[in-house]
Design a protein around this ligand. Sequence first.
Ligand code: PEP
Ligand code: MN
Length: 290
Amino acid sequence: LKGIPEYRLARKSHRPEGSVICIGDTEIGGKELLMIAGPCAVETEEQLFAIAQKVSDLGIKFLRGGAYKPRTSPYKFQGLQEPGLKLLSNVSKEFNLNIVTEVMDISLLDVVYPHTDIIQIGARNMKNYHLLRALGETDKPILLKRGMDATIEEWLLAAEYILLGGNEQVILCERGIRTFDNSNRNTLDLAGVALVKQLTHLPVIVDPSQATGNRNLIEATSLASIAVGGDGLMIEVHNNPEDALSDGPQSMYLKQFERMLPSLQNMATASNRIIDLKTAIQPVQVQEIH
Ligand code: PEP
Ligand code: MN
């Protein structure tokens, strides 16, 4: 609407058919929806293994978990750091899961690199242009969160920094923005997701956990995210959310997460998409109406 946008590599006309990013046998941005689940932070071996076991039993192939946590308060848990990365590598081998974990600073890129399959760039770092340039030179997919104060154009220009370096594997992630209303932790910009799907060829996923801050809003917002054309979801789950060291109130109980999956699968089907899970949790058949 405003002439040719400045993000030339990220814009839709650069690849009108859409970008598909392959990790193992998962095609991100294709018909299948990317499902990522796991704790906000890696806390202990017991915690991570319990969660990974469940995630893997459900047939989910991507486990999230921060080893380095960007916390608003320096007095709060900052993540297990290097021991956390080792635990991620261990569960990845044990359960054959792909790992998604955050790189908080350019100095940590080489440290985190061997332990992750997707490099998460947090909302607070979306405008760290020096870091974005360095990511352009890596060969791993980047999950680029939208900054909590970022316009869509700023977000796509941030992606452009990575693309410009030659790394074409950028997955955008809407995680809610700050608005006048703090009834929810953030305001999930679902219209923004639909718009970005029109503006860019890059896959766009949604993180309803940071967006709402409330585990009882994850199902509704996940369904809506699929309906507006999102290419996947990243959802925080915990084996014991009451004792979580970060983001407990928004972390779903493992059972609650499992119970939600069939309705997400039904929404995926209605949207001509697929959520590929173990056969044990196939969607409830929608009755045919004649
Ligand atoms: C997270 O995923 O736990 C996180 C810190 O996200 P964000 O950068 O979106 O706040
Ligand atoms: Mn979190």
